[in-house]
Write a protein that binds this ligand. Structure first.
Ligand code: IMP
Length: 433
């Protein structure tokens, strides 16, 4: 029944670093070529800034493609805080936008209990805190795996929801005891039923819709959240998020077969940032890092926390390219990095006296890794006019130092670079052949 006759039906956009690479901008730029844009993992820990009705807003759950009239799908692999999603629907309504949203009935629900638990567990970790976004992500995925979770479909069935929520309260009782006042049962239950009524028109069997679309030759774009190095299996565990963030998760998290994914776009910043705890070998805690944070506006979209900043890590980058099977890379914020006189790329690590180009499995080993750097001249003074010219003439219009840097990234990552971003707007992007 399902035929993959059409070229490249499913395209995935993923981050090759620790999140905040600028995936949203790439999705925004290419969404016009697709019929649907799908979130497949993560929850309201993600955030990207969009302009709705002339006003800047941060979306955490709503696939941004809805602003271009595309079908926005929130897949089964996403954990949904219904309060956040309802707020996003309201802000779209205020701006006169009626989104085409399809919310998988199988997606798990994040409640106030999960957010309290996330907060409490972070406090308990003390100096070992993971630096989570405190959006209840870990506890929601934990309950899903423990098979005590509440799903979107449950919000539409108040009688069975009551029983399931009772089960959840009793499971959380020992965890939350003495940790502040959880919402009264009836109050949370009432909220969930109310959210269910608001969301009801959007809830559906997303896997059937997506498979039908793909088999009819429609193109579907899968929008990754967080980054590959935050993947629960392959990232810097336990300093990771609680979902699989790599491209393969697009299939599981939306109910399409692995064979539906035909192209993977890896997005990376020209330097590296990380929010939250955990090892970060190329972090620069000196002037260069400070400059990148200031000029790059490196503060979390969801939490406002300052991001840790440092150099491009090609050991990590190659590892991410491998895990995702990225076909090509988009390099973001080259204008920001270009403000520095000299720039660096880590091409290997020294660990216990030995040189390696493999990314370690433990935070201890990664924490002890000393990057081996190559240095390059920066490209200060490259103004917008030069970048505009590159749009017409290609990469040859850009300064030699910049071409050297990008050339070395291609070599180190082992895949072509197909896009260079030089500013926040959708237009500030040079596509390379
Ligand atoms: P959690 O996903 O809230 O559990 O947080 C776990 C780790 O992932 C923390 O280090 C967060 O800062 C990080 N994280 C979660 N979501 C994002 C994101 O969208 N961008 C960057 N880091 C994130």
């Amino acid at each position: 029944m399902y035929r993959w006759l059409h070229g490249m039906p499913g395209v995935v956009v993923v981050g090759l670093q620790w999140g905040d690479e600028g995936k949203g901008k790439i999705v925004d730029s290419i969404a016009g070529n697709f019929e649907a844009v799908v979130r497949f993992q993560g929850g309201s820990n993600a955030g990207h800034t969009v302009v709705v009705g002339g006003q800047k807003r941060v979306f955490h759950l709503m696939p941004s493609g809805v602003l271009q009239g595309k079908l926005g799908v929130v897949g089964n692999g996403v954990v949904v805080d219904p309060k956040v999603l309802v707020e996003e629907l309201n802000s779209l309504e205020e701006a006169g936008v009626r989104p085409r949203l399809l919310l998988s009935d199988k997606a798990h629900v994040t409640t106030e209990l999960h957010k309290m638990q996330d907060e409490a567990e972070e406090l308990d970790r003390g100096g070992m805190a993971l630096g989570t976004t405190r959006r209840g992500i870990g506890p929601t995925y934990a309950d899903k795996a423990a098979r005590i979770g509440i799903r979107i479909i449950d919000l539409l069935h108040p009688d069975s929801l009551r029983e399931k929520l009772k089960g959840l309260y009793s499971a959380k009782d020992h965890i939350l005891r003495g940790r502040g006042e959880p919402p009264a049962f009836e109050s949370l239950y009432g909220d969930l039923v109310r959210y269910g009524e608001i969301l009801r028109p959007y809830v559906g069997r997303a896997e059937y819709t997506l498979n039908r679309m793909l088999s009819d030759g429609s193109r579907v774009l899968f929008e990754g959240a967080q980054g590959s190095l935050l993947d629960i299996d392959h990232g810097t565990y336990p300093y990771s998020t609680s979902s699989n963030t790599v491209a393969a998760a697009a299939a599981i998290g939306s109910g399409v077969p692995a064979s539906a994914i035909s192209e993977v776009i890896g997005v990376a910043k020209a330097y590296t940032t990380r929010v939250g705890g955990g090892p970060f070998p190329t972090e620069d805690t000196g002037e260069a890092g400070e400059t990148l944070r200031r000029i790059g506006g490196e503060y979390g979209a969801t939490t406002g926390r300052p991001r840790r900043c440092g150099w491009f890590d090609a050991v990590a980058g190659r590892y991410s390219v491998m895990l995702n099977g990225a076909n090509y890379a988009m390099i973001m914020k080259l204008d920001v990095l270009g403000e520095l006189n000299r720039v660096k790329i880590a091409t290997a690590y020294r660990i216990d006296g030995a040189t390696t180009d493999e990314f370690p499995s433990t935070p201890e080993e990664l924490g002890g890794a000393a990057p081996v750097y190559e240095e390059f001249d920066g490209w200060r003074g490259t103004d917008k006019a030069v970048w505009e010219r590159a749009k017409e003439e290609g990469i040859s219009a850009l300064p030699k130092s910049l071409r050297n840097y990008v050339g070395r990234l291609e070599e180190a990552l082992g895949i072509p670079v197909r896009g260079l971003s030089y500013g926040p707007s959708r237009e500030e992007l040079v596509y390379l052949d």
